[in-house]
Design a protein around this ligand. Structure first.
Ligand code: MG
Length: 307
């Protein structure tokens, strides 16, 4: 046995987004009991923080129509953190009514995508996020904000890091609890990640930075590695790699949780999540979805092999 990782593993945090981001884009409608079974399996695998619902118009996103019911039925434990995605004032009201303690909201980094995805210019979203962040703070609700399409936009192409840094600065001025960068259409490469994370690190102070990668062009794990080296310790991932974004053309594939776990475990980072538990959950989830999931680790042989 090599002692290359003799020092204590460094902690990393996985935010499991399968139940929300992952399921949201699935064509098969998943019932509430199956969603709860999925979440319970993730918890059993050691997941402590996960995005479980979004409070969106059920006509637009039928998969999330049972958000309130899902939240009412979740196991409650002091070490579990559930996040609800909130996109507007009405969504925030629903999150408060549901007793949620943590929300995430989104600002799209480009005008065209913002108009097409949220139906509003970036400036109007910023105003709305400012109100949500203020109300969350006074209600004692943790509020993170993700800049989506932070690396590339399906309509405008490459997004200038300076533009993302400017938007991030405005968000940080609101006193948010966490800042996220999402590669919504999976176009980032490690050098881009290194540069943008370095720039955000200069301005974020103690505010945690969370990265969300898609494996659309097979660069997600490489991007996570670049972000790790740049000091990021919080990563979104979805069990099996389930999901994309239903409103971004061709945007498939959140980076798979088990694929990150393999990287982390073998590089001396500890997320507290069981790779075996996630792989088993991926195989289980393929049943109700009626489709196979893209995670590499769930197709690979065990390594190291069992003694
Ligand atoms: Mg995603």
């Amino acid at each position: 046995m090599s002692n290359m990782h003799a020092k204590a593993p460094a902690p990393v945090e996985i935010v499991e987004v399968g139940p929300r981001d992952g399921l949201q884009s699935q064509p098969t409608l998943i019932d509430t009991a199956t969603k709860l079974a999925f979440i319970e399996r993730l918890i059993a695998a050691g997941v402590k923080r996960m995005e479980v619902v979004s409070f969106v118009n059920p006509k637009r996103v039928p998969q999330m129509a049972d958000a309130d019911e899902v939240l009412r039925s979740l196991p409650q434990r002091p070490d579990l953190r559930y996040i609800g995605l909130v996109l507007n004032a009405r969504g925030f009201e629903r999150a408060v009514e549901a007793g949620l303690r943590e929300i995430n909201t989104v600002v799209v980094a480009t005008e065209t995508f913002s108009q097409r995805n949220q139906g509003m210019p970036v400036s109007a979203i910023m105003d709305s996020v400012a109100v949500i962040a203020r109300e969350a703070r006074s209600a004692g609700i943790t509020c993170g904000v993700t800049l989506s399409a932070a690396f590339g936009c399906p309509y405008e192409g490459r997004v200038a890091p300076a533009h993302v840094v400017e938007l991030a600065g405005r968000l940080l001025d609101l006193g948010i609890d966490e800042i996220g960068l999402a590669d919504t259409i999976g176009v980032a490469v490690p050098s881009h990640v290194d540069h943008l994370v370095g720039e955000i690190n200069r301005i974020r102070g103690e505010v945690p930075l969370r990265l969300h990668f898609h494996n659309t062009r097979n660069t997600a794990v490489a991007n996570v590695y670049a972000a790790l080296l740049a000091g990021v310790r919080i990563f979104d991932a979805s069990c099996g790699g389930v999901g994309g974004c239903p409103f971004a053309p061709g945007a498939t594939g959140n980076v798979a949780t088990e694929d990150l776990l393999y990287l982390f475990a073998n590089m001396g980072y500890d997320s507290g999540v069981s790779m075996e538990g996630i792989i088993e959950t991926t195989h289980w989830l393929e049943g109700p979805l009626g489709a196979s999931l893209p995670a590499a680790l769930s197709r690979a042989s065990r390594f190291p092999p069992a003694a």
